[in-house]
Design a protein around this ligand. Structure first.
Ligand code: AFP
Length: 314
């Protein structure tokens, strides 16, 4: 009652203000802000693309849309000029590249446009970022200082964590990232599950675990995009996403550096857990940029239950 426009604008907390209030160190908050701005450019490119395909292949031999390349180029060039980033590693590149003068504090990992094969279906897709200090060839728990992801869906949203909780922002019509949820906390146990891979390729232990979730009444939620699937678990305050070890690919499908570590960092900051079925994702040592790992991520109870089922198979 009686609220006018100036009251409204004073109550809005945008991304920069939030990071400042949260005590995020100045260079880190400038870096996160610049990456969030890149999200706006990527979203504009998605809108411009009109689903056009380009026949590039990335280092994993996958056909990629021009959009992957474009998003990667925009991000790399912005980070190159940021003054905060010494090295950049991206799912679209063969190896980590030096983009600074070596004196900058941070190393950035990126999946610039995850789920790009979903563009033609008009499902949500996303950008996933990890921010490290010193070296990425360590375990995430030692090297990571922040992570964020942007979801390009009906709304553009961003969740970041700089190690003090996980916070969601929505891009408003004025192009401002406005705080929508502060300190998101997952429940101990959720009611949805998101299982990747084909049932016939799952191990017996994983199959039994998924059977248990189904018989316990968990609802299936799987879009084929890691970002929206994880985002659903986070925003619904619980549940589980898994892309397990498969019979023919024991390391699963998803990449440790570009996809798993950043999401594990954020989910842990929201009170959830992320493991490869045994060890925490953030405790796994990174030996190469294209390393993969199985993943169980979400509410603590389901991740613990997965661990129990998998340990029974040993
Ligand atoms: P694309 O980027 O090739 O679309 O792959 C998306 C993804 O890496 C991840 O976002 C999904 O969780 C996973 O692959 C889906 O894999 P399946 O197609 O095997 O379900």
């Amino acid at each position: 009652m009686g609220e006018n426009i100036s009251d409204y604008s004073q109550n809005i907390v945008d991304l920069r203000r939030h990071m400042w209030m949260d005590g995020v160190e100045v260079e880190l908050r400038r870096l996160i802000w610049q990456i969030a701005v890149v999200g706006k450019y990527i979203s504009a490119k998605i809108h411009e693309s009109n689903r056009k395909l380009a026949g590039f292949k990335n280092i994993y031999g996958e056909e990629q849309l021009a959009l992957d390349r474009v998003s990667d180029d925009i991000l790399k060039s912005k980070l190159h000029h940021s003054g905060f980033v010494s090295h950049y590693a991206s799912e679209e590149l063969d190896d980590i590249v030096a983009i600074g003068n070596g004196k900058e504090k941070y190393i950035v990992t990126a999946d610039p446009l995850d789920g790009s094969s979903l563009v033609d279906t008009n499902l949500a897709i996303g950008t996933i970022i990890g921010i490290h200090k010193n070296s990425i060839f360590d375990c995430g728990r030692n090297s990571m200082v922040a992570a964020l992801y942007i979801t390009y869906g009906p709304l553009i949203t961003m969740i970041y964590s700089a190690g003090k909780g996980a916070h969601e922002f929505v891009l408003d019509r004025e192009g401002e990232y406005v705080l929508s949820e502060e300190n998101i906390r997952l429940k101990e146990k959720g009611s949805i599950f998101s299982p990747g891979g084909l049932r016939r390729d799952w191990t017996d232990a994983h199959l039994k675990f998924i059977d248990k979730l189904e018989s316990d009444g968990y609802k299936l939620r799987y879009s084929g995009g890691f970002v929206p699937d994880i985002n659903q678990v986070i925003i619904k305050r619980g549940g589980l996403f898994t892309y397990p070890a498969l019979k023919k690919s024991p390391q699963g499908k998803l990449r440790l550096l570009f996809e798993l570590q950043p999401m594990a960092f954020i989910v842990e900051q929201a009170g959830g857990r992320a493991t490869d079925g045994k060890e925490d994702i953030l405790s796994l040592k990174v030996a190469s940029v294209n390393q993969r790992a199985p993943i169980y991520i979400g509410s603590a109870a389901e991740v613990a239950m997965a661990g129990e089922f998998l340990s029974q198979s040993l």
